[in-house]
Design a protein around this ligand. Structure first.
Ligand code: GTP
Ligand code: MG
Length: 359
């Protein structure tokens, strides 16, 4: 074993964690979140306890109602006696964050229930990368025994999309505001969605957005409804044809027909259907073998991310990388050395043997 997973065994912490003590869970999370000594060992030791939770990613544009939806979903799942862990990635800085406070207030009514655990993550200050840390916190919630682990991220950046894309089931939340469906296409949200939710269905335009999404899903299958674009044909009839087409095509290939649901998160409308659809997707994942494909992809990605994180730490935190860089800044600017030569010097210090270098 390397130094990373040998360090600090945290025996008491693990005992408390496995006994279901929330304080131990909170401590484990803060050790992992802050990358404190021995954090990889904690994850290593708990790895065998992971893999039971259904991981649900909830993403979408800022203010779409993701937190409201998540808390209402959690409340509904509680009535079914499920235990839910929630990780919310807060896009604003932890120091000025209005959104963080907002999330806390909106989620207070559920935060005293022992069957629910909520953690808000700050997006800054993750040397190992936000996406990896967030997923590791989700791992802890899984290992702790939550039946459902929900990851809420704002679908604006690459790492947020990455987080959503590595859940077992990804829910993309959109709202009836102009350009939303086009935004979704642009941001790559279409590619990660297993379920679309049109939230704020109490507002005008929800039906139209649902129709647009269904037509887009159908177009992605490469097969427009034959009457599309025909003069006098309503979007609604195209939607109906599209929905049927998506279902038929999915059934034919044993695939998942991506549903487009409507919700009013504030009042809880549509949440039961969302919960049912999540269960259906979980069954589909099991039966189709897609679950193990997704989990293998997730584990492979994790190994790569951990290797990269260790190399980064080795170069910039433990090793003399920063020092070598600083001491060459003037020479770099003066054109006496190239960035590649300085990189060579740093890499050579890592004790990894020949590492390519400039050719
Ligand atoms: N009209 C209406 N408002 C809603 C609905 N769901 C949520 N809202 C409101 O929309 C606002 C944003 O809700 P949040 O749940 O914080 O949205 P979010 O997507 O988590 O926001 P960020 O995490 O900041 O991106 C709040 O004022 C909610 O009360 C809904 O179904 N209808
Ligand atoms: Mg939120």
């Amino acid at each position: 074993m390397t130094a990373e997973i040998q360090a600090a065994p945290h025996a008491d912490l693990l005992t408390g964690f496995r006994a279901g003590q929330r304080t131990a869970l909170a401590r484990a999370i803060s050790i992992v979140e802050n990358g404190r000594a021995g954090f990889e060992r904690v994850l290593h030791d708990l790895h065998a306890d992971m893999g039971r939770a259904h991981r649900v990613g909830i993403t979408g544009p800022p203010g779409a109602g993701k937190s409201t939806l998540t808390s209402k979903l959690a409340l509904h799942l509680r009535t079914l006696d499920e235990r839910i862990g929630i990780v919310a990635v807060d896009p604003s800085s932890p120091f000025t964050g209005g959104a963080l406070l907002g999330d806390r207030i909106r989620m207070t009514n559920i935060s005293t229930d022992p069957g629910i655990f909520i953690r808000s993550m700050a997006t800054r200050g993750h040397l190992g990368g936000l996406a990896t840390t967030t997923k590791e916190v989700a791992d802890l919630l899984d290992a702790y025994g939550y039946d459902r682990v929900v990851l809420e991220t704002v679908g604006v950046g690459q790492s947020e999309l990455e987080i959503a894309g590595t859940a077992d089931t990804s829910v993309v939340v959109l709202v009836p505001e102009s350009g939303d469906s086009i935004q979704a296409m642009k941001a790559g949200l279409m590619e990660v969605a297993d379920i679309f939710v049109i939230n704020k269905a109490d507002r005008p335009g929800a039906d139209r957005l649902a129709q647009e999404i269904e037509v887009m899903l159908h177009m992605r299958l490469g097969d427009m409804p034959t009457n599309a674009g025909h003069h006098g044909v309503s979007l609604k009839s195209v939607q109906k044809a599209a929905r049927e087409g998506v279902k038929a095509a999915a059934e034919q290939h044993g695939e998942w027909a991506i549903p487009v649901l409507k919700t009013v998160a504030q009042s809880g409308e549509g949440l039961e259907e969302l919960a049912r659809t999540l269960d259906q997707h979980r069954v589909y994942l099991h039966e189709s073998g897609e679950l193990s494909r997704r989990r293998q992809a997730r584990l492979a990605e994790r190994v790569r991310a951990v290797v990269e994180r260790r190399l980064r730490r080795l170069a910039w935190q433990r090793g003399p990388g920063e020092h070598i860089l600083e001491s060459h800044l003037a020479a770099l600017e003066g054109g006496e050395v190239s960035p590649y030569a300085v990189a060579d010097l740093i890499v050579n210090q890592l004790g990894l043997g020949p590492a390519g270098g400039p050719t």
